[in-house]
Design a binder for this molecule. Structure first.
Ligand code: NAP
Ligand code: SF4
Length: 675
C-alpha cells in the first residue's frame, strides 16, 4: 500500500488516461531556443522515465507579436513540427505524455511588436503595446488555434493554453488592462469572450481526442483583477468551450506579492483552487509551492484539486514520482524554491538548471558515467561543495571518505536554515544526510583533517569553505560586536537595536532573522497572508486585502549598512531580491548606503559618508553584526601543496567572492564527473 494513494491514482480523461495525478508544470528553461532538439528531448525523456503523469513544455509563441522575446521558440513551420516531433517521440518511447504550452504574452512580450487589448504599458516591460483592432484580435485567435493544430501534428498529447499570470488572455479579462468598449471589452461577458473563443475554436481544430488544458488565473493579486464569481463563470464557460482540464494560475507577474519564493508557505494557494472544486465537472489542477509527495497527497486528499502541478521540483529531481512510487520519498532531491538556477537564469537570458541538481537541462552534457578506475577519494568539508562531489563520485563507483571538523554535515546550509523564510534548507540538509547514508559514504565528523590524514588517497578534494572577512573596523573587538556565525550558529542574544554591517545575501538574511521572533510566517499560512495582504477571493476582488500588508511589529530595530551607494539588495537574485527588500522594508529596517565605517564603541556604530568622510553620524545600536563577506579557507590546501600533495580545491575554498550553494554544487558535481 502506497503512502500516496491519491497522488499515484490514475486520472481517466475519457479518451486517454494519465498514470498519476502529477503534472510537470510549464517552465521556460530556454532549452527549446537552443535548437538542440536532442538535448530538449533528453530533458523531457528523463522526466518521462521518472513516471510523471503529464508534462507541459515551456511557452511556445503563437506568432512574433505574442512571443515572450524576439527569438523565442515557435511552432509555425513544417521544419519546426519535425523538430518538436523528436521530443514527443522520445517522451512516448519512455512511457510519458506531453502537452505543449501556447503562450501569448500580450503586453508582457519583451519587444516592440507587442499587442494588447488596450495600449497600456506593463510595469515590468519597457515596451508599450499596440491596441488590437477587430482584425488583429481575429489574427491572434487563428494563430493560437493554428499552433495548437500543429502541436497535434507534432505528436503532442495536448496543449496548455496560457490564460493566467497576466499574459494576453488574462489581459482581456480584467479592467486593469482592458479598457475596450467593443465586443471584446466592457461587460464581463465581453471581456471573457476572447479566452472562451480561443478554447472553442481550438477544440474545433484539434478534434475530441486531444488534451486542452486551460491555465486560468484564480487569484490575480493586482488591482481590479477578477472576482471569485468571474473566475467561476469563466471556468464554466471554458469547460463548455471544450477544455479537458483547468490548471490554476496564481498572481500576475507584475503582482507585488510573492507566489512561489521559498518564503511562501508550502501549498499556500491550494485553497484558491479548492474553491473551484465542484463548480466544474472537468479535472482541476492546483499549483505553487508543492514540493514533496506528502504535501501533494495532503492537497489531493483534502479535496483541493484533482491533480497537482509541480514544475521546479521536477528540475530538482526528475525521478520525483518514481521514488514516491518506490517508497523512497526521503531520497527525492528537494526543490528549495530558491529560483537561483531556474527562474533567475530565465530572466537573465541563461538556460535554466537547478541549484540542487546541476544536471537539470544539462542531461546530455553533464553525464555521470561509471568510472573506468575505482579510486579512493578523501573530501574535506561537508558543505554543499563537498557533499555534491561525494554523491556524484560514489554514483560513479568511487569510494569516498568525508572529514569535517563540525559535528553535523551541511556546512553553511545549517546557518541558512535558521533564517525565517528559509525553512526549506532543513529538508535540503536532511536529504544530503539520507543520501550520504544510502551511498555508504564514511563520514568523520568532529575531525580536523591534517596533511597526514590525507596521505594515501588517490584523490583529495578540499571543500573547506570560507572564513568571515575581517572588516578591520576600530572597536570591532568589543563585546557588542558579533559575526553572523555567532548569531546564526551560536545563537548569541542581541539587544533591541542592532546595526548590520554588510548588505549582501547574508546581511539580508541576518536582518530577517533579527526582525522576526517566534513562529515564522512561512510556517503559518494565515499569518503569511495577513503579512502580505492576501485575502479570500470570495470577499475581495483579486485576492487583495483592502488593508494591504499587515506585518507583525519588528522584534528589533535594525539598520542594514553598506559602503556602496547603490540600491540595497541590487545583487540578490533577480526574481527574489525585491521580496527580500520588501520583507525588510515592511519590518522598518533602515537601509543606509554609501558609508565609511569609522569606529564602534558602546554607543553603537560611527559612520561617515563619501570620499571626504563627511557628515559623521552615530548609528545607535546595542549590538553590531558583521556580515562583511567572506574569504577562502585555504590553510589545509596550502599545507598539502607545501608537502607536494596534489588536491582539488572547490567551492568557497576556491573562490569565496559571491559564492553561493549553486556554484559550489555545480563545481563539485562537475569535478566528480571527471575523476
Ligand atoms: P557578499 O554577498 O559578498 O556581501 C558582502 C557584503 O559585505 C557586501 O554588502 C559588501 O558591501 C560588504 N563588504 C565587503 N567587504 C567589506 C569590508 N571590508 N568591510 C565592510 N563591509 C564589506 O557576501 P555574503 O553576504 O557573505 O554572502 C555570501 C554569498 O552567499 C553571496 O554570494 C550571497 O549572494 C550568497 N547568499 C545569498 C543569499 C540570498 O540570495 N538570499 C543569502 C545568503 C547568502 P560593501 O562593499 O558595499 O560594503
Ligand atoms: Fe528549485 Fe532552486 Fe532548483 Fe529552481 S534552482 S528548481 S527553485 S531548487
Amino acid at each position: 500500500m502506497t503512502a500516496y494513494p491519491h497522488m499515484l491514482a490514475p486520472l481517466d480523461l475519457g479518451f486517454t488516461t494519465l498514470k498519476n495525478r502529477v503534472l510537470m508544470g510549464s517552465m521556460h528553461t530556454g532549452l527549446e531556443e537552443t535548437k538542440d532538439w536532442n538535448r530538449v528531448a533528453e530533458f523531457y525523456a528523463e522526466r518521462a522515465r521518472g513516471e510523471v503523469g503529464l508534462m507541459v513544455t515551456g511557452g511556445i509563441g503563437p506568432n512574433l507579436e505574442g512571443s515572450v522575446l524576439p527569438g523565442a521558440a515557435m511552432l509555425s513551420t513544417e521544419e519546426e513540427v519535425a523538430n518538436h516531433k523528436i521530443v514527443t517521440d522520445r517522451v512516448h518511447e519512455n512511457g510519458g505524455k506531453i502537452a505543449m504550452q501556447i503562450l501569448h504574452a500580450g503586453r508582457y512580450a519583451y519587444g516592440p511588436m507587442c499587442v494588447a487589448p488596450s495600449p497600456l504599458k506593463s510595469p515590468i516591460s519597457p515596451f508599450p503595446p499596440a491596441e488590437l483592432d477587430e482584425d488583429g484580435i481575429e489574427k491572434q485567435i487563428s494563430d493560437i488555434v493554428a499552433t495548437a493544430a500543429r502541436a497535434k501534428e507534432a505528436g503532442y498529447d495536448g496543449v496548455e493554453i496560457m490564460g493566467s499570470e497576466g499574459y494576453f488572455l488574462n489581459q482581456f479579462l480584467v479592467t486593469h488592462t482592458n479598457k475596450r468598449e467593443d465586443r471584446w471589452g466592457g461587460s464581463y461577458e465581453n471581456r471573457m469572450r476572447l479566452p472562451v473563443e480561443v478554447v472553442r475554436r481550438t477544440r474545433e481544430a484539434v478534434g475530441t481526442d486531444f488534451i486542452i488544458i486551460y491555465r486560468l488565473s484564480m487569484i490575480d493579486l493586482v488591482p481590479n483583477g477578477s472576482t471569485y464569481d468571474e473566475v467561476v463563470q469563466l471556468a464554466q464557460e471554458i469547460e463548455k468551450a471544450g477544455a479537458t482540464i483547468i490548471n490554476t494560475g496564481i498572481g500576475w507577474h507584475e503582482a507585488r506579492i510573492p507566489t512561489i519564493a521559498t518564503s511562501v508557505p508550502r501549498a499556500a494557494f491550494a485553497w484558491v483552487t479548492k474553491k473551484l472544486m465542484g463548480k466544474v465537472s472537468i479535472p482541476v489542477i492546483t499549483s505553487n509551492r508543492i514540493n514533496t509527495p506528502e504535501v501533494a497527497e495532503e492537497v489531493l486528499s483534502t479535496g483541493c484539486a484533482d491533480m497537482v502541478s509541480m514544475a521546479r521540483p521536477m528540475l530538482a529531481d526528475p525521478h520525483f514520482v518514481k521514488k514516491a512510487m518506490q517508497d523512497k520519498a526521503a531520497q527525492i532531491a528537494p526543490c528549495i524554491a530558491c529560483n537561483q538556477a531556474c527562474l533567475d537564469h530565465t530572466f537573465s537570458g541563461k538556460i535554466s538548471s537547478c541549484l540542487v541538481n546541476p544536471r537539470a537541462c544539462y542531461e546530455t552534457e553533464l553525464v555521470v558515467a561509471p568510472a573506468e578506475t575505482k579510486k579512493s577519494i578523501a573530501i574535506v568539508g561537508s558543505g554543499p561543495a563537498g557533499l555534491s562531489t561525494a554523491l556524484t563520485a560514489v554514483e560513479r563507483g568511487h569510494e569516498v571518505t568525508i572529514f569535517d571538523r563540525a559535528s553535523e554535515i551541511g556546512g553553511q546550509l545549517n546557518m541558512a536554515k535558521q533564517v525565517p523564510g528559509k525553512e526549506e534548507f532543513w529538508g535540503f540538509v536532511d536529504w544530503y544526510r539520507t543520501m550520504v547514508a544510502e551511498a555508504g559514504i564514511t563520514v568523520h565528523l568532529n575531525t580536523e583533517a591534517t596533511v597526514d590524514t590525507l596521505k594515501g588517497y588517490d584523490e583529495v578534494i578540499i571543500a573547506t569553505g570560507v572564513l568571515p572577512r575581517d572588516p578591520e573596523i576600530s572597536g570591532q573587538d568589543g563585546d557588542n560586536v558579533h559575526s553572523y556565525i555567532d548569531l546564526l550558529r551560536h545563537k548569541v542574544d542581541t539587544g533591541k537595536k542592532v546595526a548590520v554591517i554588510g548588505a549582501g545575501g547574508i546581511g539580508f538574511d541576518v536582518s530577517e532573522y533579527l526582525v522576526n521572533e517566534g513562529e515564522s510566517p512561512t510556517e503559518n499560512l494565515p499569518e503569511w497572508m495577513k503579512e502580505w495582504g492576501v485575502a479570500d477571493t470570495e470577499e475581495h476582488r483579486s485576492g487583495l486585502s483592502p488593508q494591504g500588508p499587515q506585518p507583525h511589529a519588528p522584534a528589533r530595530a535594525v539598520t542594514l549598512l553598506q559602503r556602496k551607494a547603490e540600491k540595497h539588495g541590487k545583487r540578490l537574485g533577480k526574481t527574489t531580491g525585491w521580496i527580500h527588500r520588501a520583507a525588510l522594508k515592511m519590518k522598518d529596517v533602515e537601509f543606509v548606503g554609501g558609508v565609511n565605517y569609522e569606529r564602534i564603541d558602546d554607543q553603537g556604530l560611527h559612520v561617515s559618508f563619501g570620499d571626504a568622510r563627511e557628515n559623521p553620524t552615530l548609528i545607535e545600536a546595542d549590538d553590531i553584526i558583521l556580515c562583511a563577506g567572506q574569504v577562502p579557507e585555504r590553510s589545509l590546501a596550502d599545507a598539502l601543496e607545501a608537502e607536494g600533495i596534489t588536491c582539488h580545491v572547490i567551492g568557497g575554498a576556491d573562490v569565496a567572492a559571491e559564492l553561493d550553494a549553486k556554484r559550489a554544487i555545480d563545481q563539485g558535481t562537475r569535478l566528480a564527473a571527471t575523476l
